[in-house]
Write a protein that binds this ligand. Sequence first.
Ligand SMILES: O=C(O)CCC(=O)C(=O)O
Ligand SMILES: [Fe+2]
Length: 244
Amino acid sequence: MADDALFDLPTPAGADLDVTTDLHLTGGLRVAVDHTFGTAERIPLDDTSWVDHVHGWLAGDQALMDMLMAEAEWEQRSRWMYTREVTEPRLTAEYPVIAQAPHPVLHYLAAALTAHYGRSFTHLWMNWYRDHNDGTGWHADRPADRQAEAVIPVLSLGASRRFLIRPEVGGKSRTILTHGGDLVVMGGRTQRDYRHSVPQQKPAAGPRLSLNFSIDPPRRSRRDATRHDNGSGPREQARADLSG
Ligand SMILES: O=C(O)CCC(=O)C(=O)O
Ligand SMILES: [Fe+2]
C-alpha cells in the first residue's frame, strides 16, 4: 500500500520461549507467553495515543488456535448497517467474564496481560477470519471509545493479516502486519481518536483468530461492543457515529 507506513519486524521471539514451564497454567496446552514483553515495539500515533506491537509474544499459537476452533462456541452474527441487515464477514465467540471461561489458557493469557499493563482484563471477544474474504471494517471498540483512555490488547493466531489504524477524522492509515503469536495493544486515546480495521484482501490467506481483551463489564452482545462504519471514509464515519 503506497500510502501506508509499514511497521513490522520479521524476528518472532515466540520460537525461543520454553513451553514446558507454564503447562500447569495453560491446561496442558503447549503454549507460553513472553512475560518480559522483550520484543515490544511502541508505536506512538501522536502525543496521547500509542500502539504496542509485541512480536512473537506467544509461542505455540497453532495449538491454541486448534483448541479454540474446536472448543469455543462460535457464532455467526449479523448487524444493521443503516437500512439493511448484513452478515458479519467473520465468526465470533465471546467470554463476557474470562474467569468463567472453561479454558485455563485464557486465564493465563489475561493474567499475563494484566500483570504487564496494570489493569484487570476481565472480558474477551474472539474473531475467526476463515480466510482472506473475512475481515472487520473501520471501527473503535466500545465502550472504550467513550473513556478518557483505554488499553485493548489483541492477540493474533494463525495466518498473517494486515491490521490498519487511521485517525478518526480520516487520513492516511498505518499498517501493522500481524503474524500468529503477535500481540497488538492499542492504548492512550487510540479508541477515541483513531479507528482500526482488518481489511478483506485479494491475496489468499488461511484462517486467523484474534483474541480481544478489555477491562469493561460484559455487554449484551457483540453488536453493542464495537462501533462500525462501512470503511469508505470520514463522511460514512460521521453517519455511523450519529447512528451509534
Ligand atoms: O482481528 C483483529 O485483529 C482486530 C479485531 C477488532 O478490532 C475487533 O473485533 O474489535
Ligand atoms: Fe476492534
